[in-house]
Design a protein around this ligand. Structure first.
Ligand SMILES: Nc1ncnc2c1ncn2[C@@H]1O[C@H](COP(=O)(O)OP(=O)(O)O)[C@@H](O)[C@H]1O
Ligand SMILES: [Mg+2]
Length: 242
């Protein structure tokens, strides 16, 4: 498989703190890659670097062979990288469906077609009952699902999910896991940061573990669950019990 994302020597410092330090990894087309690590490990910073929200202190990022280091977020979105935010960022003055229509308009010629797409995606994430709802009426769990819908509706080549399971019930977690698992077959490669380890362990094909800005493990879920360095990193962290 081709390298869709190739990250080399990537680092980001905030003053004396290296939030991400010398990160090297490759994501192949069609992968469903889990990215885990205790609070403050650098997961969101890594996403911000790949998505262009932060400029790296060191290193390079290549997407489909093209160097995208230092590109602006809108340029990175345009070449096919979508992300969700840990704290949802919908357009608050628009309805649920209008938020998703904006995404669908990227590849649909008119609002009617985009709305059809948007309603289909809202059904997939379990928001059919909230199509015309205003953003202010949504709970955290529903806002998370809207983030996922907005990202999927862009039909990106690479999608970065950041803690999309927070606030979901166990059965909703299962439904969301199935949805995430279906994306690679639809042409979307996935990187998924999640605190609900049960979901990511049963869904991801490979898992990277970040701790204090550095990768400490890379492997299949079964190996990661048994890795002493991973267990040590999580000791005392609530995430291991999630
Ligand atoms: N904008 C920032 N300014 C200063 N420190 C930051 C900033 N963003 C993140 N950090 C620090 O970088 C480290 C990694 O944070 P983050 O990437 O949010 O971790 P995670 O998403 O794994 O919980 C933390 O110590 C955090 O406090
Ligand atoms: Mg985070």
């Amino acid at each position: 498989m081709t390298a869709l994302l190739d990250v080399r020597g990537l680092g980001k410092s905030f003053g004396a703190l290296w939030a991400v330090k010398d990160a090297n990894f490759v994501v192949r087309e069609g992968e469903l890659l889990g990215l885990i690590g205790p609070n403050g490990a650098g997961k969101s910073t890594l996403y911000n670097l790949v998505a262009g929200a932060l400029v790296p202190t060191t290193g390079d990022i290549f997407f489909s062979g093209q160097r995208i280091t230092g590109w602006k977020p809108y340029q990175i979105a345009r070449i096919g990288i979508a992300r969700t935010f840990q704290i949802p960022k919908p357009y608050r003055h628009m309805s649920v469906v209008e938020n998703v229509v904006l995404s669908a308009l990227l590849h649909q010629p008119n609002v009617t077609a985009a709305r059809r797409d948007a309603e289909r995606v809202l059904e997939e994430v379990g928001l059919s009952d909230y199509v015309n709802a205003s953003i202010g009426t949504l709970t955290t769990g529903l806002l998370k699902r809207l983030e996922v819908a907005r990202a999927i509706a862009l039909k990106p080549r690479l999608i970065l999910f950041d803690e999309i399971m927070a606030g979901l019930t166990p059965s909703e977690v299962n439904a969301m896991s199935q949805l995430v698992a279906s994306l690679p077959a639809r042409g979307m490669t996935v990187i998924w940061v999640e605190h609900v380890l049960r979901a990511i362990m049963s869904t991801a094909s490979r898992i990277l573990v970040l701790n204090r800005g550095e990768f400490i493990a890379d492997g299949v879920p079964e190996a990661i669950a048994k890795d002493p360095a991973v267990i040590k990193a999580y000791l005392g962290d609530e995430a291991v019990h999630a």
